[in-house]
Design a binder for this molecule. Structure first.
Ligand SMILES: [Zn+2]
Length: 229
């Protein structure tokens, strides 16, 4: 799944890649993949960077990452535990370890690592700010945590990806709480194999947070989100 077209100004394009938190994100200048697993390396031919949130199998497939990196010479940005699993196979200058608070530039796109509330070794979440200030928050498998409210106020997210299943204790309700705390323009339920949990998330959102739009993605389809006016 590669995205051929380029997003309009002040917009991003994204594709949901698997049953988990796999996202392909395209800004006007860069293509980023986050937690790609269960995809063919060819599908990610054009990536400039890959972001890994934690070492669990549904987020990190070391063989796949090594193969894509060889093909594309992209930068890999990863939490400490994933970095450890990759460092023997990825060139030193192409692997960047992050922890909450780290900030990395991919051209004019900014990637900032934040905390994650998930039982992994050193998990992070990622705030991606496009060159024209579209703000995307990839919360990986995180459950809600209080600091999300402040992040939401500060960043004014355009898109927040919310886990609604599969991960420990994650439900449509915890996904909704992430949206409720961060109050984005658009909330996207993911990390599930059932549309029922996405619909449950959408119902909660409609009832409790009507100013946030719900975008229920289908896998391998391209969606565009524009900056909040
Ligand atoms: Zn997961």
């Amino acid at each position: 799944m590669s995205i051929q077209k380029t997003p309009e100004k002040n917009s991003i394009l994204f594709v949901w890649l698997n049953n988990y938190a796999g996202i392909l994100l395209k800004t006007p200048s860069k293509t980023l993949a986050i937690d790609p697993v269960d995809v063919k390396p060819k599908a990610l031919q054009n990536v400039d960077a890959i972001l890994i949130t934690h070492e669990h199998y549904d987020h990190l497939d070391p063989r796949l990452i090594v193969e894509i990196q060889k093909e594309t010479n992209c930068t890999i940005i990863a939490d400490a535990a994933s970095t450890k699993k990759l460092q023997h196979a990825i060139p030193n200058d192409k692997l960047q370890e992050v922890k909450p608070g780290s900030e990395i530039k991919i051209g004019e796109v900014t990637v900032k690592a934040e905390k994650s509330n998930h039982p992994a070794q050193a998990p992070v979440t990622y705030i991606i700010t496009s060159e024209d200030q579209v703000k995307v928050y990839h919360t990986a498998d995180s459950l809600p945590f209080p600091e999300l409210a402040k992040l939401g106020q500060k960043e004014k997210f355009d898109v927040v990806f919310c886990t609604v299943g599969i991960a420990p204790s994650a439900t449509p309700q915890t996904g909704f709480e992430i949206a409720w705390l961060t109050k984005p323009q658009v909330a996207v339920p993911y990390h599930t194999a059932t549309t029922a949990s996405q619909k449950e998330f959408a119902e909660l959102l409609k009832k409790e947070l009507p100013r946030t739009a719900c975008l229920i993605p289908e896998q391998n389809k391209i969606y565009q989100v524009s900056k909040r006016k």
